[in-house]
Design a protein around this ligand. Structure first.
Ligand code: ATP
Length: 435
């Protein structure tokens, strides 16, 4: 066993080290052994930044977490069904505790049922050797690396390797995880593991997985720093069909992903209103560029995307290309028209339209929308209109909208001009009503 406590001191802050020592003392007091585990250990050995602290307890992790939270005056969230909990310290450090568990698969690809077991049983259920190492937090061997499957050797050889041959049958989401870790870390999937992946894709084992679990892995892929590389790798393995049977690696995809990065960077640096952008949703829309409306809708529904995500994806599918065509037009377009087209869209959809626009005119108009038009308001307000005798309701909103459009087009400039125009519109309505 190798002692890696030097590395721990070098990589973790002093505060984190003190916290780990506290956990160590608690584990002695409770007679429950505690280990750092999984990605935390992998990234520590790689000296890569990782803000997650994952700990496995040989025994009841929730009771352990509750005691620690009480001692630290921290907060705890428990998941009884899984025997896990998260403790957040007053300094906002989050530690995830899990109960060491052995998996009994009711049927392949189902969610594991949890039962108490020792560390090795817990590690053997993990996806890859590099994720199946532990570091002892126990007083007698604090800082010792426990590595039953030579994960450290695989880290050295930059290799992604499963622990056993049935790994991808037990849990096909690991197919996607293998490619994600491979590309993120700049590793390679070892030959035997690659063959297992190819065979399990051929057998379509992924069809048995609950779709939301696959969805979560797809989102994780698209949230990586360089998702395009992973998508390309998935194509090489013919694994894109795990996402959708008609998903093709279209030749424009690389350009689209690059353009999305550029558009998001522009937005970050230039947009006056910094609403946070979910870039992964944009990548997903790009990925589905050539899939039909019905195919995309079906995908959104069976993978159970959240309502807001589904609406954004479908809004691009329904309107994106049409709006792009209008924006790319050579003729002059009034700002109110640009506003009318883009204002109802989510920022992700507008940014994607901007990204994929091949014309400077189209890009410029989308940029102008973010810069100038978005967030522009009339000077007069609803209350001013009420004072003119206009009742609250759709008519009042329509008048405000018409005033805004004239303001966007530079026709109304002052509050007085807006008032005059509002009165004219109100009179027109009454005249119509009277008539
Ligand atoms: P990341 O840096 O992406 O968070 P991670 O290794 O911490 O990487 P998680 O998804 O948080 O990844 O999972 C934590 C650990 O749980 C992994 O390191 C791995 O040991 C184990 N694990 C996660 N998903 C699976 C899976 N599908 N099959 C087996 N083990 C898994």
């Amino acid at each position: 066993m190798k002692n890696v406590s030097e590395k721990m001191r070098a990589c973790f802050s002093q505060g984190t080290m003190m916290l780990l020592k506290r956990i160590s003392a608690l584990s002695k007091e409770l007679g429950r052994r505690a280990y750092l585990i999984g990605g935390t250990v992998r990234d520590l050995l790689l000296e890569a930044e990782n803000l997650d602290i994952d700990i496995v307890i040989e025994g009841d992790a929730i009771a352990f977490g509750e005691k620690l939270a009480r001692e630290l005056h921290g907060m705890i969230i428990s998941h009884k069904r899984f025997g896990t909990c998260s403790v957040t310290t007053p300094e906002h450090v989050k530690i995830d505790f899990a109960t060491a568990r052995k998996e009994a698969y009711a049927k392949p690809a189902a969610l594991p049922t949890v039962e108490f077991a020792l560390l090795k049983d817990d590690l053997i259920r993990r996806d890859f050797t590099i994720n199946a190492m532990a570091i002892s937090l126990n007083e007698d061997d604090f800082g010792f690396l426990i590595d039953f499957f030579d994960g450290a050797g695989d880290l050295e050889h930059k290799s992604i390797r499963t622990l056993h041959d049935k790994s991808f049958i037990d849990d096909p989401t690991r197919i996607l995880r293998a490619m994600r870790f491979e590309q993120r870390l700049g590793f390679h999937i070892d030959t035997h593991t690659a063959n297992l992946i190819i065979k399990s894709i051929e057998k379509e084992v992924y069809k048995r997985v609950e779709k939301p679990r696959l969805r979560d892995e797809i989102i994780l892929i698209l949230k990586e720093k360089e998702p395009f590389k992973i998508i390309k790798r998935m194509d090489e393995f013919r694994a894109l069909k795990i996402i959708h049977p008609y998903l093709k690696f279209h030749k424009d995809l690389h350009n689209m992903f690059d353009a999305i990065d550029e558009a998001c960077l522009w937005y970050q640096n230039n947009s006056p209103r910094k609403r946070s952008i979910e870039k992964w949703v944009m990548y997903l829309m790009a990925l589905f560029e050539d899939v039909s409306h019905d195919g995309t809708l079906y995908f959104c529904n069976i993978f159970e995307f959240k309502r807001g995500e589904r609406l954004r994806i479908m809004s691009y599918k329904n309107n994106g290309r049409k709006i792009l065509k209008t924006l790319n037009a050579k003729r002059k377009i009034a700002p109110s028209k640009i506003y009318h087209l883009l204002e109802p869209l989510s920022h992700e959809v507008t940014l994607l339209i901007m990204a994929v626009s091949r014309s400077d005119a189209g890009k410029g108009r989308a940029m102008e929308f973010f810069h100038k038009y978005n967030g522009m308001r009339t000077v007069i307000r609803g209350d001013d209109l009420k004072a003119l005798g206009i009742k609250i309701g759709p008519h009042l909103s329509r008048i405000l909208e018409k005033i805004l459009y004239k303001r966007l087009d530079g026709i109304l400039k002052t509050k007085e001009e807006e008032f005059r125009y509002a009165k004219k519109l109100a009179k027109r309505k009454f005249a119509k009503g009277a008539g």
